[in-house]
Design a protein around this ligand. Structure first.
Ligand code: MRU
Length: 347
């Protein structure tokens, strides 16, 4: 498997610890956190220091190892109980990105397969599986990028929402992968990054990482997307996802649904970049996807300054669901699917 890297290392296993690039401080400060307990990893996920579905899965995988590495279990059953408790605990950090549960389940499945081995070897298997998840993610993103690139042409305007970028994955990002590959090939794509209220992942993270890579990126406020489309500046929308249901409905950062409706109204294709780890065939439709609600302060004090009256009622869902009918294609590492074909993507 080839591995390549983009300039960011949001998640690193280094010197027996999990090292995370603190994404709450970007783009102003580049600060790394060194985590040695599952509790610290839980908090880093909850507080968005690591965020984006694949990166959450990777961090949780290492968190599971940190949670069991000092287990005093001497037999499989006790070790399994410790592992399951830690996995359940890490699973409470954030509810929407299915990659979190996928990564924890993948590690549990590996331990089940190796259940005859001594506990010390099972612990090593947990770490090895976490390392494999991260290694494979870079290749998965590159393959998604190559498939997406077949849908694009040099010179196009591309709009994206939130940060489905290198900062959210092992390398390349999902929705940003074709942008990095296009750059490698000398194409000139013009990218519009929605700022992505209320936490501003588009402004703080996507605009930052694409600018660092020398990609032509223009930051817009979320409420400018309609005008930019009407002006003919956008020929495709590409977003990431936190969970794709079996129906082809897609959960992604709040505001994605509105962008999809706008793209539909302007006859612009709307593509979802989705690693297979984000596709949850056990969730029948978008209505069954758990949607995280986040603290009111993200809206009332979003820029570190009070911008709303004391005591105001706030509704702050972190994600929305784009119905399959607004989605032109879902692009996985295995290829390009119509939303109603997504049930077959893992075959
Ligand atoms: O709340 P966040 O920043 O974790 O939300 C991230 C997104 O919505 C991304 O678009 C999604 O996880 C895909 S990342 C490749």
């Amino acid at each position: 498997m080839t591995t390549t890297s983009t300039p960011f290392a949001p998640v690193k296993w280094q010197d027996d610890a999990l090292v995370l690039l603190d994404q709450t401080r970007l783009p102003v400060e580049t600060t790394y956190l060194t985590l040695t307990t599952a509790q610290e990893v839980w908090a880093a996920i909850r507080h968005l220091q690591v965020r984006g579905a694949p990166a959450i899965g990777m961090a949780a995988a290492y968190g599971l190892y940190l949670g069991i590495r000092n287990s005093d279990a001497n037999d499989f059953d006790t070790f399994w109980q410790h592992l399951s408790e830690q996995a359940d605990y890490l699973g409470t950090s954030r509810p929407t990105a299915v990659n979190l549960f996928w990564a924890l389940d993948r590690i549990k499945a590996r331990v089940q397969r190796e259940s005859g081995k001594p506990v010390a070897e099972l612990k090593a298997a947990v770490l090895n599986e976490a390392l494999s998840i991260q290694r494979e993610d870079a290749e998965v993103c590159r393959r998604i990028g190559e498939h997406l690139l077949t849908l694009l042409k040099d010179g196009m305007g591309i709009l994206t929402h939130c940060n489905p970028g290198a900062l959210a994955t092992a390398a390349y990002g999902t929705a940003t992968a074709p942008l990095y590959l296009a750059k490698e090939r000398g194409w000139n794509l013009k990218v519009y990054a929605d700022e992505t209220r209320p936490v501003l992942q588009g402004a703080r993270l996507t605009a930052y990482e694409l600018q660092q890579a020398g990609i032509d990126v223009t930051l817009i406020c979320d409420n400018m997307a309609a005008m930019v489309m009407a002006q003919g500046k956008v020929q495709a929308v590409i977003v990431g996802t936190d969970r794709v249901a079996a129906s082809g409905d897609v959960a992604n950062k709040i505001g994605t649904y509105g962008v999809a409706v706008l793209a539909h109204a302007h006859g612009i294709p709307f593509y979802v970049a989705a690693p297979l780890s984000s596709i949850d065939l056990d969730t029948p439709t978008g209505a069954d996807i758990p949607i995280e609600e986040r603290p009111a302060e993200e809206i009332t004090h979003g820029l570190g300054k009070q911008v709303a009256p004391d005591g105001i009622k706030v509704y702050n869902p972190a994600f929305d669901v784009t119905p399959a009918r607004y989605i032109t294609a879902i692009v996985t590492e295995n290829g390009i699917y119509k939303p109603d074909e997504i049930r077959n993507c893992k075959r």
